[in-house]
Design a protein around this ligand. Structure first.
Ligand SMILES: Nc1ncnc2c1ncn2[C@@H]1O[C@H](COP(=O)(O)OP(=O)(O)OP(=O)(O)O)[C@@H](O)[C@H]1O
Length: 314
């Protein structure tokens, strides 16, 4: 649906986007994640035709953004970081205004009603936008993006400044819209994209540093496979039994966590799964296995590792 090849953008000496490439398939909800100044807004502004690239190629639905910018814009609904709202218009006036601006040919009233129903703003239709809460203003912003039934929605930091209840409402709305749209959502907050996206593209200092599902990202950074086991048995004997197991490369004793129960961190060979052997060994020695868990990196750790490779952006 969206193909980006070797995209670069320079603002004078600042290389905001450096040679990035990715494809997004129809129906995907992709999170574009990166710290402030990483180049997210620049990339989104290029995808939506608001900015021109210094070099590289972008196609949306097979249409090249340079050859047919209007053809691309028709396929994209965009909610910029600052929603383009006119506070002294009512929701009705504003959506009719955007309808005209987009030159839509759909049945006006039916289409605007449908969009208002979808984002649940029917009951504030005749109210001044300036008097709405921030959450409702954001919904009106999403509504203007949806006018014209674009296949792709690009949402730049859609929940910034909202309270926790409004955040959940907007997230649910995005998930709901994901059933019928391809969505790119940018954020610098990990939990934000984690909550709604199945795929994350992590960008730092204008470059893609990771692309995959949250699980793939955690796995790609895990250099070793660590287990944490709690075993009720004599500490030294358990340690010796563990370290002599064939797939285990290192064992460290964490300490006595419950009376007579010791915790061990166990490292095993890449790709091996020692849980069954571990259970057998403990059972053969009559040492109850009181707990076993993976010592996995959280996505927060992964994100911090990925973005700590560079310095600060301005
Ligand atoms: N018009 C501009 N002129 C000069 N530099 C710019 C301009 N717009 C952005 N930049 C710089 O380009 C880099 C990328 O900025 P961009 O706004 O794309 O990042 P971002 O990831 O969207 O950050 P944020 O989350 O803060 O919006 C930053 O170093 C920024 O200072």
């Amino acid at each position: 649906m969206i193909e980006v090849q070797n995209l670069c953008k320079q603002y004078g000496p600042i290389k905001a986007v450096q040679d990035i490439s990715f494809n997004i398939n129809e129906g995907e909800i992709v999170g574009f994640l990166g710290p402030n100044g990483a180049g997210k807004s620049t990339t989104m502004n290029i995808l939506t035709g608001y900015l021109s690239a210094s070099s590289g190629k972008v196609t949306v639905g097979g249409v090249d953004i340079l050859e047919d910018p209007m053809g691309v814009k028709k396929q994209i609904g965009y909610l910029p970081e600052q929603p383009p709202l006119y506070l002294d218009m009512t929701v009705k006036e504003y959506l009719n205004f955007i309808y005209n601006l987009k030159g839509l040919k759909l049945s006006r009233k039916a289409h605007i009603d449908e969009v208002c129903h979808l984002v649940r703003i029917d009951h504030v239709y005749n109210r001044l936008i300036g008097n709405l809460s921030k959450g409702y203003k954001q919904r009106v912003g999403v509504a203007q993006a949806l006018l014209g039934n674009p296949k792709v929605l690009i949402l730049d930091e859609p929940t910034v400044g909202l309270d926790p209840k409004q955040i959940i409402e907007i997230r649910n709305l995005i998930k709901h819209l994901g059933r019928n749209h391809t969505i790119i959502l940018s954020s610098h907050i990990l939990s934000e994209v984690q909550a709604v996206c199945e795929r994350l593209i992590v960008i730092n200092q204008g470059q893609i540093v990771a692309d995959g599902t949250p699980t793939e990202l955690s796995n790609s950074l895990r250099t070793d496979h660590k287990l944490v086991a709690r075993i009720a048995g004599p500490q030294e004997n358990v340690y010796q039994a563990l370290i002599s197991m064939s797939q285990i490369t290192d064992v460290s004793t964490v300490g006595e966590k419950e009376p007579g129960v010791f915790e061990f961190t166990i490292e095993s060979k890449q790709g091996s799964d020692v849980r069954r052997d571990l259970f057998e060994m403990a059972s053969k020695n009559n040492w109850p296995l009181m707990g076993l868990r993976n010592n996995e990196l959280t996505l927060e750790d992964v994100f911090l590792q990925l973005i700590s490779k560079g310095g600060d952006s301005q």
